[in-house]
Write a protein that binds this ligand. Structure first.
Ligand code: PLP
Length: 458
């Protein structure tokens, strides 16, 4: 144990912040340099108090550099998604294509007619922009765009049923993602939640019995991220709609993904158009799930109801910005012109197995030449999933690489890949690291190769 005097001596020997900064160099903003240097010195001080030696100036600068590096890592930045999860909420849901990005660039880089009617020279509304295209695509009378689908559900219930009752099947009181729980959103809107049926079975009579003079609506929620299997019963939307119509209450259908047309891979997902044919008064869905666009929430349906939503004060707090609207319009326009296959999501989903296997083989060959003895890279059949609360149970056959290393665990390999620029995110399962190529655009293959080779070296 160091004596008191010796301890103070060591503490006093620590350099001033300015000296650590001078040693650090680099291009980070002054406040970040100061914070990193200060943190390194504070840590050294604690270590000395715990009996450790005083670090050299170089050591302190090294630690400060590490803090700066970690700060850089927190910036919003591109990553390579090699998880095979197509709609990856944690990795930004879906990528946008050239047309979508160009639409954003044009509107963001200058002034626009966001709330200006160019035809009349008068004040316009931002809600006019994407909504006409939504109506053309889905057959809805009217529509409204907000920040995300959670906001769409919240606004709908706030405007239609605050202080009133909304009936929902217990089988649909779901949690979607970490923070979105249907019963919580319903409660936040001021709606009284009336649960009917059981987790696995709900019948039309359950809904019927629950209707009171205070009932505003029946809400149906599409099981986006789960399946109830076995002894189950759910009431078809068509029957719920007929009941709601007869009793003069609204039928709201939260579709989640909101499929515009059948892409050939999305089994069992309801089309927005069919939800209307089945009698929904309003439907809600996301912009960045199977639609393949930016984060947004869409409410569409009867003009009279949409008008109510449009006049609700909450709308001002949920309104989308011009970049979202620009990207959404471009997305809807591609769907309208029958060019949805050029959306990155659809393109990735429909890439052929042969193509994926070919790319995997090419990458494996290139890697083998660069790697040491202990490392193995194998071309492996995999299965990609839709993700993002879409198409539970759907698996698309895929191809990718399995990477294993005699000396390093798969978690360690994944860590090394995460530390690259750009970070590569794979899938760790049973001590193997899988890199699924379905979610990696071919033009990122060279970068992927570079990053994997770097992560596996030494
Ligand atoms: C995903 C989803 C939501 C939430 O949508 P966000 O756009 O993520 O806010 C709500 N309901 C259902 C059924 C969903 O699948």
């Amino acid at each position: 144990m160091a004596g008191h005097g010796e301890l103070n001596e060591r503490l006093r020997s620590l350099p001033a912040v300015d000296r650590v900064i001078a040693e650090l160099g680099g291009t980070a903003p002054p406040t970040a340099l100061t914070a990193a240097a200060r943190r390194a010195i504070d840590e050294a001080r604690s270590a000395i108090r715990a009996g450790g030696p005083a670090p050299s100036l170089e050591e302190l600068a090294g630690r400060a550099k590490n803090h700066l590096w970690q700060r850089d890592r927190t910036f919003l930045q591109p990553v390579i998604n090699a998880t095979g999860v197509l709609i990856h909420t944690n990795l930004g849901r879906v990528p946008l294509g050239d047309e979508q990005v160009e639409a954003v660039r044009k509107v963001a880089a200058g002034y626009s007619n966001l709330e200006y009617d160019v035809a009349t020279g008068k004040r316009g509304t931002r809600y006019a922009h994407a909504t006409r295209l939504i109506c053309e695509l889905t057959g809805a009378e009217a529509a409204l765009v907000v920040n995300n689908n959670a906001a769409a559900v919240l606004l709908t219930l706030s405007a239609l049923s605050a202080g009133k009752e909304v009936i929902i099947s217990r089988g649909e009181l779901v949690e979607i993602g970490g923070e979105f729980r249907i019963p919580d959103v319903m409660a936040a809107s001021g709606t009284k939640v009336v649960e009917v049926g059981t987790t696995n079975r709900t019948h039309l009579a359950d809904y019927e019995r629950a209707i009171t003079p205070n009932t505003a609506a029946i809400l149906k929620v599409h099981p986006s991220n789960y399946r109830v299997v076995g002894f189950t019963a759910a009431v078809p939307a068509r029957d719920v709609a007929r009941l709601a119509l007869g009793r003069h209450i609204c039928f709201v259908h939260d579709l989640g993904s909101g499929l515009i047309e059948d892409p050939g891979f999305a089994v069992d997902e309801p089309l927005v158009r069919s939800a209307f044919e089945d009698g929904a008064d309003l439907v809600t869905f996301s912009g960045d799930k199977l639609l393949g666009g930016p984060q947004a929430g869409i409410v569409a349906g009867r003009a009279k109801l949409i008008d109510k939503l449009a006049h609700h004060p909450l709308l001002r707090a949920l309104r989308p910005d011009k970049m979202t609207l620009a990207a959404l319009e471009a997305t809807l326009d591609l769907h309208l012109r029958g060019q949805a296959t050029s959306l990155p999501l659809w393109h990735m989903a429909s890439t052929s197995l042969e193509e994926l296997e070919g790319r995997a083989t090419g990458l494996a060959r290139a890697l083998e030449k660069q790697l040491g003895q202990g490392t193995k890279v194998e071309v492996t059949p995999l299965s990609s999933v839709a993700g993002g609360g879409s198409l539970p149970g759907l698996e698309l056959p895929s191809f990718g690489l399995t990477i294993s290393d005699g000396e390093r665990s798969s978690a360690e390999l994944q860590r090394r890949l995460r530390y690259g620029t750009p970070p590569v995110i794979g899938r760790v399962e049973e001590d193997s690291l899988f890199l699924d190529l379905r979610t990696v655009p071919p033009d990122q293959d060279a970068t992927l190769l570079e990053q994997v080779a770097r992560a596996l070296k030494d």
